[in-house]
Design a protein around this ligand. Structure first.
Ligand SMILES: Cc1cc2nc3c(=O)[nH]c(=O)nc-3n(C[C@H](O)[C@H](O)[C@H](O)COP(=O)(O)OP(=O)(O)OC[C@H]3O[C@@H](n4cnc5c(N)ncnc54)[C@H](O)[C@@H]3O)c2cc1C
Length: 500
């Protein structure tokens, strides 16, 4: 409600002012200068992930030519960028396009209820002054995929014995002084492989303690070809060319990983051997039991992790924790790792749809009972889209397409006088599949709380950018599964509240 006691109405409400939410607002105001929109953001800052994570060395683990927006070239020399540069990029995008004026900070959306009669969502958010209610014609979630208030904490037996400091990367104490200290980083994912070389610069020693190895691939932090193309073709055309080059390379590596896993496994192993000291036990520490891309592959810029190991500043221990002791960690093998600081880089807690309770015409939406349409809408849930990026390529490639498809959908409805669209799956031969076809522990722990995907288009999640460009940017809007209608309110000529 506003001060006059009237419920504020927006054509579109966006939830989240991270990389995706700012991008979505940009697409929206470009396509529809006349549409009203607001971004509701739970935190007090723009940037989401890139504002939250402040651990040493925080950086992207995919290249910025594909993690950057399609509409805004990434012009810095580094392809693998540090967190603060990514945050600047998102903030600058918002400021230059005046998007920041549309953000309501400190508002966590808790509920959204759809009324078919009125063709609008009633959205409740908790703000500094209590609960705020707005209505909107279309609800676009850009709320990321994990909890902000809690990270995933693996079981740490005997942690009470430990006399040192325990830190989770999601809540990094800015005054943590690790110079000259012995550090153990628990984990082997993107965060652990970033932290180890970054801390090894000033720590006495950093040990990466992993239960099992991950595929780790070194790549140059700067992409010489991209920098050359930018000089030759100019920032915009150079960016587009590099973006497609990188899409092609990552798609090729992904495809080969699925079709010829032994070949890629051998290639990654050879690359690791080349960068590690002679005689290093590569097979214990860098040879996973699963196939490449069963879980996300970790990139290390300029092989910084391998360099830190080769220089003796860092090491890897592979094994299970028996117990924490006063001075460190004892492994089941009997080995003991002494530590002043332990960093639990054990991952994120996934969260579907920003934890928002959804209802359609009074019926609660139970996510596992709904199927994702084109990986961005839900069967039976009208005028609603969500943004989840690719698991095998940069997030923003998909986020841009979700925004573009939403704009096309709105244009299609405006042109025909519809105010309601809803994906419907009435094909009994479409069978259910998990939304994320990914074997990582943090996915498997919660996947049953997520919507399903289907066995066939438009319900199948191909995780393939080139194919999605075809269907989301160019494909038919009226594809038979998307149903359109006009609400009772519009037929009766009742217009939305004038408050904008
Ligand atoms: C450390 C780290 C590194 C990563 N590196 C890469 C990478 O290199 N490449 C890549 O492709 N992906 C990477 N990812 C994934 C990354 O999260 C995405 O690339 C991208 O930043 C997601 O942007 P987003 O805006 O969709 O979500 P987020 O960045 O998570 O932003 C979501 C925003 O929505 C807000 N929000 C959530 N729920 C609500 C609610 N109910 N009400 C109001 N506001 C809400 C949050 O406060 C937040 O500001 C990384 C993730 C992490 C954690």
């Amino acid at each position: 409600m506003n001060d006059n006691g009237m419920t504020e109405h927006r054509d579109v409400l966006i939830v989240g002012a991270g990389l995706s939410g700012i991008g979505a607002a940009h697409h929206l105001q470009d396509a529809f200068p006349g549409k009203s929109y607001t971004i509701l953001e739970a935190r007090d800052a723009i940037g989401g992930t890139w504002d939250l994570f402040r651990y040493p060395g925080v950086r992207s683990d995919s290249d910025m030519y594909t993690l950057g927006y399609r509409f805004r070239p990434w012009t810095e020399a580094k392809a693998i960028a540090d967190g603060p540069s990514i945050l600047d990029y998102v903030r600058a995008t918002a400021a230059e396009a005046g998007i920041d004026k549309h953000i309501r900070f400190g508002h966590r959306v808790t509920r959204a209820a759809w009324s078919g009669e009125d063709a609008r969502w009633t959205v409740e958010a908790t703000g500094p002054g209590g609960t705020v209610t707005l209505t909107c014609g279309f609800l676009l979630l850009c709320s990321g995929y994990y909890r902000y208030d809690q990270g995933y904490q693996a079981e740490l037996p005997g942690i009470g014995n430990f006399g040192g400091q325990v830190v989770h990367p999601q809540f990094w104490p800015q005054d943590l002084d690790y110079a000259g200290k012995r550090v153990v980083v628990i984990g082997s994912g993107a965060t652990a492989v970033t932290l180890v070389p970054a801390m090894a610069g000033s720590a006495a020693h950093v040990t990466m303690l992993q239960r099992s190895p991950t595929y780790i691939l070194a790549m140059p932090a700067e992409d010489g070809l991209a920098n050359g193309l930018r000089k030759l073709l100019g920032p915009r055309r150079g960016y587009t060319a590099t973006r497609w080059k990188n899409v092609a390379v990552t798609t090729l590596i992904y495809r080969l990983s699925r079709r010829k896993p032994d070949m890629i496994r051998g290639w990654i192993r050879k690359m690791a051997i080349k960068q590690l000291p002679a005689g290093y036990d590569v097979d214990t520490h860098f040879k996973p039991t699963y196939n490449p891309w069963d879980q996300r592959l970790c990139l290390v810029p300029d092989g910084d992790l391998f360099k830190a190991i080769s220089e003796g500043r860092a090491s890897v221990a592979t094994g299970r924790i028996a117990t924490f002791t006063e001075h460190g960690i004892q492994l089941e093998s009997g080995a003991e790792l002494e530590a002043d600081i332990v960093v639990t880089a054990t991952g994120l807690q996934l969260l579907a749809m920003g934890g928002i309770e959804l209802a359609v015409d009074g019926e609660p939406v139970r996510l596992p009972e709904h199927m994702a349409y084109k990986g961005m809408m839900l069967s039976g849930v009208p005028n609603f889209a969500f943004t989840i990026g690719y698991t095998n390529a940069s997030w923003t490639l998909k986020a841009d397409l979700v925004s573009e498809f939403t704009c096309r959908l709105l244009k299609y409805m405006d042109a025909r006088g519809y105010d309601t669209c809803v994906p419907v799956n009435d094909d009994p031969t479409v069978t259910e599949q998990p939304l994320l076809d990914f074997q990582a522990g943090y996915v498997l722990r919660v996947i049953d709380q997520f919507p399903k995907a289907g066995s066939r288009a438009p319900w199948r999640l191909a995780q393939n950018y080139a194919r999605d460009v075809f269907t989301l940017r160019r494909g038919k809007i009226d594809d038979g599964s998307m149903r359109f209608s006009t609400s009772v309110r519009r037929v009766a000529g009742r217009e939305p509240d004038p408050v904008r």
